[in-house]
Each structure stands twice: as structure tokens, then as C-alpha cells.
Ligand binder design. Structure first.
Ligand code: HEC
Length: 148
């Protein structure tokens, strides 16, 4: 029992400190429920953003006459303040990218049928622009969000 607890603890530490690494992908699949609980506030916000984009993609691809994504998710403004796994990640580059991201995301939520695919893909590109420098692991997942 003691032995088992130690294994669990090691797994948690591994997951928390490697949230931007490639290996994380498999860890996530195996331990989703356990692991979500241990995400940093920023990682949890990112997962929420991912879900929001996946939902937007679905709505856009249905291509109905009235495309309604709902309200701009104001909680995404917390990108500018939420705690990161590694606080050093919040540098000039991060803040600059986060501000650009939020501008594009607001544009998406104000978009119309004619421009929505373009505006949506611009947001995905903006996710990638930050991730290429800040957090490589989720890039393959983020690329799946593109509407081709
Ligand atoms: C301004 C930079 C920036 C932007 C923009 C950004 N990310 Fe992130 N993302 C990060 C950083 C840094 C982390 C690591 C967070 C941590 O571990 O605290 C992260 C983590 C993640 C994770 C992994 C969370 C986990 O389970 O550990 C996913 C998935 C993710 N981002 C998806 C997205 C998506 C989708 C978008 C666009 C809708 C996006 N990100 C926009 C910087 C960014």
C-alpha cells in the first residue's frame, strides 16, 4: 500500500512538471480523471480553451444558416493573470501573444458566416504561435483543430 502511494506521487510530479513535453500525450490518455485534478490553473484554462475551440469547430462545420458560437468566453481574459506551472513562462513574449490571441478570439465571436472559417483558423494559428515557443507538447493536438 505504501509502495503504491509512492508510485502515484511520482506519477503526479512527472505529469505536473512535464505538462509541455511530448510524453504528456500518453500520460493524459491513461490518467485523465486523476490528472485533470492536478493541472495548474493555466493548464486547466488551456484545456477549457481547447474544449471551447473543439465545440466552435463542430458548430462551424455543421454550416447551418445561422452560425451561433454564443458569447465570447470572458474567462479567457484570465490568460493574462492565471498561474502557470512554471511562472517564468510569463514573460514579454507570453503576454504579447496572449493579447494578440484575445483580440483574434473576440473577432471570431463577432464574426459572420462569410468570414468565420478564416477567423476561426486565425485563432488556431494564434494558439500555435505561442505554443511553438512556449509549450511544444500539445502542438499535434492543437493542429487537429484547424478547419481544412
Ligand atoms: C500566450 C501563449 C499561449 C496561447 C495563446 C495558448 N497557449 Fe496553450 N499553453 C501555453 C502554456 C505556457 C501552457 C502550459 C501551461 C501550464 O503548464 O501551466 C499551455 C498549455 C496548453 C495545453 C496543455 C494543458 C495540459 O493539459 O497540461 C493545451 C491542450 C493547450 N495549451 C491548448 C491551447 C489552445 C487550444 C490554444 C488556443 C485556443 C492555446 N493553448 C493558446 C501557452 C499558450
Amino acid at each position: 500500500m505504501v509502495f503504491r502511494n509512492r508510485i502515484l506521487l511520482l506519477t503526479v510530479l512527472f505529469v505536473v512538471f512535464s505538462s509541455c513535453k511530448e510524453q504528456k500525450q500518453t500520460e493524459i490518455e491513461e490518467e485523465t480523471s486523476f490528472q485533470m485534478y492536478n493541472l495548474s490553473p493555466m493548464a486547466a484554462l488551456m484545456e477549457q480553451m481547447y474544449g471551447q475551440m473543439a465545440h466552435a469547430k463542430e458548430v462551424i462545420e455543421q454550416g447551418s444558416e445561422q452560425i451561433d458560437l454564443g458569447e465570447f468566453p470572458v474567462m479567457h481574459n484570465e490568460l493574462l493573470t492565471t498561474e502557470l506551472t512554471d511562472p517564468r513562462d510569463r514573460d514579454f513574449f507570453f503576454t504579447d501573444q496572449a493579447e494578440k490571441f484575445l483580440i483574434l478570439e473576440r473577432k471570431l465571436y463577432a464574426s459572420s458566416k462569410e468570414t468565420i472559417v478564416e477567423d476561426y483558423n486565425a485563432v488556431v494559428n494564434s494558439c500555435l504561435a505561442c505554443h511553438i515557443k512556449k509549450c511544444g507538447g500539445p502542438i499535434p493536438r492543437i493542429k487537429k483543430l484547424f478547419i481544412r
